[in-house]
Ligand binder design. Structure first.
Ligand code: SF4
Length: 296
């Protein structure tokens, strides 16, 4: 298998066959992200990708899950992506699901019909980093997408029958824009109703623009307690149907889980308990160690 640079995948793809169809991130501007800073974005040649899948077929047992890396694999032209999906389905007839990272831009760049065809060819899940639903925060972090564009993209992918796993970053507005971050995110998430919602927490890593802002005193980070209160306000405002919520990333100060809205009371209780019982100093040390080791 050929991999270029560091390969990132969502936690739920830990046991998937991972093949890069792109390298790097098509955008690579987000001020908090160090993942692909040194990687040059490119869409790989279809023949090279097919060779990698053939290699995997000849060297590994049958796979059930396949993740197409890197940062924004859906940006690949529709015809090429469809050819790859068809090839995968022929090679691995028992594969249960194909998934990838998507961005608002790559979703909006495909038609409803194209997304439906991709779904019919086993593209079952797209991971979308929403990060924030506030236009102010989105602009500050250079996400290059507005809240309205994120809503349209999220609704579009779900309309095609592709499951949407969205992530939001708590603390991304800092102290100054915390309220706006929460209010905007509630609006966006309620409009999209993602199938899965992953709550991460801002982890400031050296080499990122946000790190420089923190060092210059222009961005004041939330304390662990403030992050928990921000999360509580978010959860209170969410009106979702059957969204699986997880906050189990190493960036988080406390782990929470449940299905919204069904488990809203339980999730709020989990946050209250975390505020009373969690060892935030230990979480801070783990976060720092993780930040040193990875670009996330
Ligand atoms: S957060 Fe996502 S879109 Fe932004 S630079 Fe990092 S990988 Fe690219």
């Amino acid at each position: 298998m050929r991999y270029e640079g560091m390969v990132y995948r969502p936690p739920s793809e830990a046991y998937s066959l991972i093949v890069q169809v792109t390298t790097g991130c098509s955008q690579n501007t987000c001020t908090f992200c160090a993942m692909y800073k040194d990687a040059k974005f490119k869409i790989r040649k279809v023949d090279d990708i097919k060779e990698d899948f053939l290699y995997a077929k000849n060297h590994y047992y049958d796979v059930e899950r396949i993740f197409l890396a890197d940062g924004d694999a859906l940006i690949m032209p529709f015809e090429d992506l469809l050819e790859i999906l068809k090839y995968i389905n022929k090679l691995f007839p028992n594969n249960d699901r194909i998934s990838l990272y998507a961005s608002p831009r790559s979703i909006l760049g495909k038609t409803d019909e194209q997304l439906k065809i991709l779904r019919e060819n086993n593209l079952k899940m797209a991971y979308l980093g929403i990060e924030s639903g506030s236009d102010k925060v989105l602009k500050d972090i250079k996400k290059k997408a507005t809240a309205d564009e994120i809503i349209t993209a999220g609704q579009k992918i779900r309309r095609a029958g592709i499951q949407l796993s969205a992530t939001l970053i708590m603390g991304l507005g800092g102290i100054k824009d915390s309220k706006e971050h929460v209010e905007g995110s509630i609006k966006v998430l309620n409009a999209i109703n993602p199938d899965y919602l992953g709550l991460m927490t801002l982890l400031v890593k050296s080499g990122t623009e946000i790190y420089d802002e923190v060092m210059a005193g222009n961005f004041e980070q939330l304390t662990p307690e403030e992050i928990m209160h921000e999360t509580m306000e978010l959860v209170k405002g969410l009106e979702l149907k059957d969204t699986v919520v997880r906050s189990n990333h190493v960036s988080n100060y406390a782990h929470i889980k449940g299905v919204l809205n069904r488990d809203k009371a339980s999730i709020l209780k989990q946050i209250e308990n975390a505020l009373k019982n969690s060892d935030f100093e230990k979480s801070k040390r783990i976060r720092q160690m993780y930040a040193r080791q990875t670009g996330l």
